[in-house]
Design a protein around this ligand. Structure first.
Ligand SMILES: C[S@@+](CC[C@H](N)C(=O)[O-])C[C@H]1O[C@@H](n2cnc3c(N)ncnc32)[C@H](O)[C@@H]1O
Length: 246
């Protein structure tokens, strides 16, 4: 099965069963030691029912590094069950809008149900591929993403699409996984590790170069936290939060 299909099948299952992903138990325990930092304050999480705040599968807190003002049009690429979208919906207010994009039908269904339950109506969830976004060009003020782009087989396409949909002067703030050096081919081919946000990670240097190649300016790494370690290979993975501008 293609990597992308396998990833989406996994997230469909997670949405249906409310399983956790990217969790230590889903990765081969002999090779991967995972670290899970608390990303949101309890105060922020307490604003949502447990079933909604628990289905948060990110690896950073891009919202904390974004200036989200009233009236903005925001896009969350790989929005999952929608927690980040709902947090931002409050900040953009009635004159703004947050669009969540995800390729898992079950995640989109869950996110729409959650929006209804929370009675939030300035959000929209679209089913689509982040490598080929169903979004108008020059339409978005701010893109955020939380632990998604590592899952995409073609990251260059994702960043080109992100650049296309942003307005000039628009910002992208993304949390994602990178490594200290390129992963060996046998690990990159391990579909379980890919779906667990490990095997699809690029080396940090290549990741930043790919963002630059898509046309982005003012690229800055705002945060870097150890996320996993493969000690025998001298390989470390980090959750980084990166900001860039069109
Ligand atoms: C690790 S989860 C993160 C979800 C969400 N950002 C959060 O913080 O809870 C990854 C999400 O990316 C979605 N995804 C993976 N590959 C995708 C693709 N090519 N296009 C759109 N969504 C994708 C998955 O369906 C899943 O919902």
């Amino acid at each position: 099965m293609e990597k992308k299909e396998e990833v989406i099948k996994r997230y469909d299952e997670i949405a249906k069963k409310d399983l956790s992903c990217c969790a230590p138990e889903c990765c081969s325990p002999e090779t991967v030691i995972s670290f899970f930092p608390q990303r949101y304050s309890q105060e922020v999480l307490d604003e949502f029912p447990n079933e909604i705040s628990e289905l948060s599968l990110g690896c950073g807190n891009p919202i904390a590094f974004s200036e989200i003002k009233e009236g903005l049009t925001v896009l969350d690429i790989g929005s999952g069950a929608g927690l980040d979208v709902f947090m931002m919906a409050k900040k953009v207010g009635k004159s703004g809008k947050v669009i969540g994009l995800d390729l898992s039908k079950e995640m989109i269904k869950k996110a729409k149900d959650n929006a209804k339950r929370l009675n939030i109506d300035n959000v929209e969830f679209r089913l689509g591929d982040i490598e080929d976004m169903p979004i108008e060009s020059d339409y978005i003020d701010l893109i955020i993403s939380n632990c998604v782009i590592n899952l995409a087989p073609d990251k260059e396409k994702v960043f080109r699409e992100a650049y296309r949909v942003l307005k000039r002067g628009g910002k992208m703030v993304i949390s994602d996984i990178v490594t200290n050096k390129p992963l060996p081919e046998d690990i990159r081919g391990d579909i379980d590790l890919w779906a667990s946000c490990i095997a699809g990670a690029l080396a940090e240097e290549e990741y930043i170069a790919t963002i630059k190649k898509a046309g982005f300016l003012e690229i800055l790494i705002l945060e870097k936290i150890k996320f996993f370690s493969m000690e025998k290979l001298g390989l470390d993975g980090y959750s980084i939060t990166v900001k860039a501008e069109k």
